[in-house]
Design a protein around this ligand. Structure first.
Ligand code: HEC
Length: 208
């Protein structure tokens, strides 16, 4: 009798547990289905505002920037570049003028107007040196950043050139407007103005 009772009781308890376990599963599945439905409505209904002029909301901007920062730091961990002289960094500056300045600006130079209207905004890189190590700057320049307009330069520039550019970015806070202006633009044959730079000089030989 006693054994039977205990059996009954434990049977009841077990049924109760099974019920709450089952309703928890059903509840989670329903929540999941709702989230998927909302996600699908946003994607297929075209509800997400993609206009760049609106900028990112605080939460989205934070999420994207935080993911980007951690991803770059992880990917660039262990990268080691060559030791470079000040002259090599200035040579990087010549490339910076032609490849980076239009979006990021430079000492004494504003970015082109279109860059101010990008989301996210290409930041002033004189502050980047405080946030990023040289290998991280190299990594960003080589591989770019998805969905931001930051291009991957790995296809058009060899690593040694990108290391020099990274070294220059690192030194940016120390480069004055006059010194920057005196650097030749290594990419000046690219199409407009600056025709005084003879083509093909490639910033190879002459640094002042
Ligand atoms: C077409 C525009 C464009 C060009 C050209 C460009 N960038 Fe960028 N860059 C961006 C944008 C936009 C971001 C912001 C990405 C973000 O916030 O996630 C960025 C971000 C960066 C960052 C991270 C800055 C930070 O503090 O978060 C570095 C470093 C950088 N760029 C280096 C370079 C270098 C070096 C070059 C030239 C070789 C270059 N960029 C050329 C658009 C550009």
């Amino acid at each position: 009798m006693r054994i039977g009772r205990i059996g009954d009781r434990s049977g009841k308890v077990a049924t109760g547990r099974r019920l709450s376990w089952r309703s928890a599963v059903i509840g989670s599945l329903a929540t999941l289905a709702l989230l998927v439905a909302i996600g699908a409505a946003v994607v297929f209904g075209g509800l997400y505002p993609v206009g760049a002029s609106a900028g990112h909301s605080g939460a989205v901007g934070w999420l994207l920037h935080e993911s980007m920062e951690r991803s770059v730091k992880r990917a660039a961990a262990g990268l080691e570049g060559p030791r470079l002289s000040w002259d090599a960094a200035l040579e990087g500056g010549s490339h910076f003028k032609g490849m980076c300045q239009q979006c990021h600006g430079g000492p004494g130079v504003q970015p082109d107007a279109f860059a101010e209207a990008m989301t996210p905004n290409p930041p002033d890189l004189s502050r980047a040196a405080g946030e990023w190590s040289r290998p991280e700057i190299f990594w960003i320049a080589k591989y770019g950043i998805k969905m931001t307009g930051m291009p991957a330069f790995g296809q058009q520039a060899p690593d040694d050139e990108l290391w020099k550019i990274a070294a220059f970015v690192e030194q940016l806070p120390k480069v004055g407007a006059e010194q920057y202006e005196s650097l030749p633009d290594a990419h000046a044959d690219g199409g407009h103005a600056h025709d005084e730079a003879d083509e093909g000089n490639g910033a190879g030989g002459h640094s002042h």
